[in-house]
Design a protein around this ligand. Structure first.
Ligand code: TXA
Ligand code: MG
Length: 322
């Protein structure tokens, strides 16, 4: 683990050699490899222990780099100009002759692109090539929002973890796809739907509005802690840990074997930033169940509830779902 202030040269050397590096982004930590290098991309899947090759997000340092990879319609360009660098990913048609390795797109003719803030963006700029980077956690487990969480999960499998402190957003990027002038949200995330609607001047479709599966490989059970998750809990049962939200008091809270509040003031941004690390902390208590207080479905609450629902899903569920 190296601090981000001094990690640039080591990170570049590993990436140029086709190796992978865990890097901080504003959303969650990413496990990054050169998106044009097949071996590097294969190493990402290997380190995560992914059950199959899901398409990855390619991260860019500029709109120019993005335009060399994908075809932008006017609305997607407007969203990129408004929200990049930042926690929004755009799914776009892949440009012919782009040098993205097909393992990144899982052979699809579309590609998911995002421009991250901070160290990630600087690293891509210095490398001059896009980085494929899924969240830096082993497959199906909680996404890492600190370098320490990456180390305890993947530390033995990767050579460098760049420490940029706690990820400020705390949930993954919002994934958007524009098709025929309609905007579909494939995954709620770090930019609230309402903020995208305001820029776009139209309403978003949720990907489950139409039954079509748009984000391949999204498993219903994801972000799974070892403990069972019990959502919308209004009271605590014997032996349960408690994940609270806001000032509302939960009946029997003093019975909980451990309790953490995502945000005492009910601030959804603060709650998103704390979500994965608090789930991991409560899981580490060894509680068999984590009772989770209700979280409102507004703003970033949509992304938080999506992640909680996946964490609570039966573990063997293979239903593709976004
Ligand atoms: O915030 C984030 O997005 C983080 C950080 C590291 O940037 N990355 C991340 O990557 O969450 P990952 O691999 O965990 O999630 C990528 C998601 C998957 O759900 C995948 O199905 C979807 O993006 N995806 C990738 N390419 C796609 C495509 N061509 N069409 C539809 N969905 C796609
Ligand atoms: Mg992930």
């Amino acid at each position: 683990m190296i601090g981000h202030e001094t990690a640039m040269d080591d990170a570049l050397a590993l990436l140029r050699a086709g190796d992978v590096v865990a890097i901080p982004t504003e959303t969650v930590y990413g496990l990054a490899g050169d998106a044009t290098h097949g071996i590097a991309v294969a190493k990402i899947f290997e380190a995560k222990g992914r059950p199959r090759f899901n398409p990855l997000i390619a991260h860019v340092a500029s709109l120019e780099m993005a335009e060399a990879i994908a075809l932008f319609d006017p609305l997607s360009r407007k969203l990129a100009e408004s929200f990049w660098p930042g926690p929004i990913t755009l799914v776009l048609p892949l440009r012919d002759g782009s040098n993205i390795h097909p393992l990144v797109t899982a052979g699809l003719d579309t590609i998911a692109l995002r421009m991250p803030q901070g160290f990630g963006g600087q690293l891509i700029h210095a490398l001059g090539r896009p980085l494929a980077a899924p969240s830096a956690n082993s497959s199906g487990r909680i996404s890492a929002t600190t370098a320490q969480a990456v180390a305890s999960d993947l530390g033995s499998r990767i050579r460098l973890i760049v420490d940029g402190g706690a990820a400020p957003v705390g949930v993954e990027s919002t994934i958007i796809k524009v098709e025929g002038g309609t905007i579909t949200m494939l995954r709620p995330g770090g930019v609230a739907a309402a903020d995208i609607e305001e820029v776009a001047g139209e309403n978003l479709r949720r990907s489950d509005d139409g039954a079509k599966i748009q984000a391949p490989g999204m498993l219903a059970s994801h972000y799974a802690p070892h403990a069972r998750m019990r959502l919308n809990a209004l009271q605590v049962g014997e032996g349960e840990a408690l994940l609270e939200f806001g000032p509302i008091s939960i009946q029997g809270a003093d019975r909980a074997i451990a309790a953490l509040n995502l945000s005492r003031t009910g601030d959804l941004r603060e709650a998103a930033a704390n979500l994965f690390s608090y789930m991991a902390k409560l899981d580490q208590t060894g509680a068999s169940t984590i009772a989770v207080a209700p979280v409102p479905q507004t703003g970033l609450g949509e992304a938080i509830n999506d992640r909680l629902a996946r964490a609570a899903a039966p573990r063997d569920t293979q239903l593709p779902q976004s």
